[in-house]
Design a protein around this ligand. Structure first.
Ligand SMILES: [Zn+2]
Length: 207
C-alpha cells in the first residue's frame, strides 16, 4: 500500500484514475473508464497499467488519495473499494433488499462481500453461485443461505427449487459469472453488475 502521514490510495494495489474525459468518467464512473489502460489519455490502474502497491515508491494523482480517519486501520481501509462495488450494485437494484431473495453470482472478493452486505441489509435469503466448492464454502461461512456450484447443478432449476418457483427478486454478479450464467437464469426481477470489464459502459437492467 502506498501510504504517507495517514494518506492511502483507495485500494492497496488497484486504485484507479480515469481519463476524466470519456462519457463514463464525466458521469463519475471512472472505474469504468472507456480509455481503460490508455496511459497517454491519463488513465491509471495501480498495479496494472502503472506501478502499484508493491512498488517502493509510486506516483498517485491527488484524486486517488484519501486521508484515513484515525479510527480506521490500513487493513480495514483496504476493504472500502471492495465493499463499494457491491453497494453500488445494490443501489442500482433499487437499494432495498430487506426481506428479498438475492442471487449473488460469483464468489470472488466482491461477491463474498455482497453476501455479507445483503444479509446485513436484511435480505431474507442470499443464494451464492460459483464454480469452486472451496469458495462457495467460504461464502456459506460468511452468511450465504444457499450455494450452487453451476458446474454440477442447473442454476435455474436449483433457484426455482430454493424459492418455490418464484426466483430471486434481485441478483448481483461479476462480469465473468454473469456471462456464464446468462443463458441459465432469466428469473431475476432486478439485476446489477458489481464490477466491470475494461471499457464497458456502466448500466443497470431488468430482466
Ligand atoms: Zn474515462
Amino acid at each position: 500500500m502506498s501510504t504517507s502521514s495517514g494518506w492511502a490510495t483507495a485500494s492497496p494495489s488497484r486504485s484507479t484514475k480515469g481519463c476524466d474525459r470519456c462519457e463514463n468518467c464525466i458521469k463519475g464512473w471512472y472505474t469504468s473508464c472507456l480509455n481503460y489502460g490508455d496511459v497517454s489519455k491519463g488513465h491509471r490502474a495501480k498495479g496494472l497499467t502503472c506501478d502499484g502497491g508493491f512498488a517502493e515508491f509510486a506516483v498517485n494523482h491527488i484524486n486517488t488519495l484519501y486521508r484515513l480517519p484515525e479510527n480506521l486501520s490500513f487493513e480495514q481501509a483496504c476493504m472500502v473499494t471492495t465493499a463499494a462495488s457491491p453497494l453500488w450494485a445494490i443501489d442500482l437494484m433499487g437499494g432495498y433488499v430487506a426481506g428479498e431473495t438475492v442471487l449473488v453470482q460469483g464468489p470472488g472478493p466482491i461477491g463474498l462481500i455482497a453476501v455479507q452486505l445483503c444479509k446485513a441489509l436484511g435480505a431474507a435469503r442470499v443464494i451464492l453461485t460459483g464454480t469452486r466448492d472451496s469458495r462457495l464454502a467460504i461464502g456459506k461461512g460468511l452468511g450465504a443461505d444457499h450455494t450452487i456450484n453451476v458446474r454440477n447443478e442447473n442454476l435455474s432449476d436449483r433457484v426455482r427449487e430454493i424459492t418455490g418457483g418464484r426466483g430471486p427478486t434481485a441478483s448481483s454478479s461479476a462480469p465473468a459469472a454473469r456471462a456464464r450464467c446468462r443463458k441459465r437464469s432469466r428469473t431475476s426481477s432486478a439485476a446489477a453488475a458489481s464490477a466491470w470489464s475494461p471499457g464497458t459502459r456502466a448500466r443497470s437492467r431488468s430482466t
